[in-house]
Write a protein that binds this ligand. Structure first.
Ligand code: HEM
Length: 371
């Protein structure tokens, strides 16, 4: 086995070539206790699905709705309301509202808008590509939500600062920046809501209308989940874009095929989502003793759900009640960006490694040898 073979699922996320490791994980038992990590691993399509479908496998540990270091802060106030971080009533209706509102988005129009925005910002260096991968999806979402173009750069910068509060790798300075950003994001959304200047037909207007229709009255919850739409877009869509750029660089026949048949872009991105996904794992916590095919996991345990070991049938967008409601939107935006950028990137010297993360695979590009 090579010396740098991934030691565990967290190392694998940013490893240059982790997929043999994930294949081996999938060949083992669907659920196992990892003594070194002191937690359970759910692997392979069967293990991943069983845990994500299980009602007693919750997104937060019992009694700890908000991590200790965020309690009583602006980040904590958002965290506490996010559909991603809740179960039961605080999840079901808000999730339905978001999924309905996102489902009404005119994807062809969004793709056209994103293509236009991305065409104005074709990266001409690795550094510009690194920024554009994050910014363009956030600009497209801010536009969709109803923010004016002058606000997009600040919203994108705050979103990138805010997501630091969701990573255990963030330092004190990043956490402090996340708090400032959380306040600024909440204020931006409340202003947009209060002033009623959300464009009619905007995603923000759709979320508010759906919330009214389904009786979701908690305005703080709506605000927090609007911020959540930006934060969920941020790292994951940057990862999809970056991993697609890597695919174009490592598979020489791809770009000529896509040029000859641009209608194949969405299929190419779906393939990237299965073969080199942006999100490699997620976590669940057992609320009570749970049994999977004879393996008993006691209450109060953490299970690392290794999405990237679920094999190529899975889409990279999760499964079960917390499945991603933004998949079609992410694909529309990513298709537009790649189509607008592919020609410009073709001859750019690029090398890459991965941003430090325990769950998201996001390339960071530098000037380097042509692959
Ligand atoms: C390529 C881009 C994306 C990927 C790979 C991705 C992946 C995921 C995954 C794996 C989950 C499930 C997490 C879990 O079960 O623990 C999730 C949840 C979620 N995603 Fe995405 N996502 C992407 C883009 C987006 C976008 C653009 C939006 C918003 C428009 C979005 C909104 C959400 C929301 C709100 C949730 C929480 C759903 C719930 O808890 O019920 N995502 N995403």
């Amino acid at each position: 086995m090579p010396l740098d073979y991934p030691a565990d699922p967290f190392f694998a996320v940013t490893h240059a070539a982790p997929y043999d490791y994930y294949r081996r994980l999938a060949e083992g038992p669907p659920l196992r206790f990892d003594a070194a990590l002191d937690c359970w691993l759910a692997t392979g399509a069967a293990g991943v699905r069983a845990v994500l479908e299980h009602p007693a496998c919750r997104v937060r540990p019992a009694g700890l709705a908000v991590p200790h270091n965020l309690a009583g802060t602006p980040c904590g106030a958002i965290f506490a309301e996010l559909v991603r971080m809740n179960e039961g009533e605080r999840h079901a209706v808000p999730k339905q509202v978001l999924a309905h509102a996102l489902g009404q988005v005119d994807l062809a129009r969004l793709q056209g808008r994103a293509m236009h925005l991305a065409g104005d910002r074709v990266p001409d260096s690795a550094a510009q590509l690194n920024d554009a991968m994050f910014e363009l999806p956030l600009f497209a979402m801010a536009d969709l939500l109803g923010f004016a173009p002058a606000q997009w750069p600040a919203l994108a910068a705050w979103t990138r600062a805010f997501v630091a509060c969701l990573s255990p790798l963030s330092n004190a300075e990043q956490l402090a920046g996340a708090q400032v950003a959380a306040d600024a994001l909440l204020q931006s959304f409340s202003r947009l809501l209060r002033e009623g200047d959300a464009r009619p037909g905007s995603l923000l207007a759709k979320v508010v209308a759906e919330a009214d229709a389904l009786g979701w009255r908690a305005s703080g919850g709506v605000l927090a989940n609007l911020v959540g739409l930006l934060s969920q877009t941020c790292d994951a869509t940057a990862g999809l874009l970056g991993n697609a750029v890597v695919a174009l660089r490592t598979q020489a026949d791809l770009l000529p095929q896509l040029r000859a048949a641009p209608q194949l872009w969405p299929a190419m991105l779906r393939k990237v989502g299965r073969h080199d996904p942006a999100i490699h794992n997620t976590r669940r916590y057992t609320e009570e003793d749970v049994e999977f095919n004879g393996v008993r996991v006691p209450a109060g345990q953490m299970i690392v759900v290794v999405l990237a070991s679920a094999g190529r049938a899975e889409s990279g967008f999760g499964h079960g009640r917390h499945v991603c409601p933004g998949q079609a939107i992410a694909h529309a935006i990513a298709t537009a960006c790649l189509q607008a950028w592919a020609d410009g990137l073709e001859d750019m010297p690029l090398a890459w490694s991965y941003l430090p993360s325990l769950n998201a695979r996001i390339p960071v590009f530098g000037p380097g040898e042509m692959k």
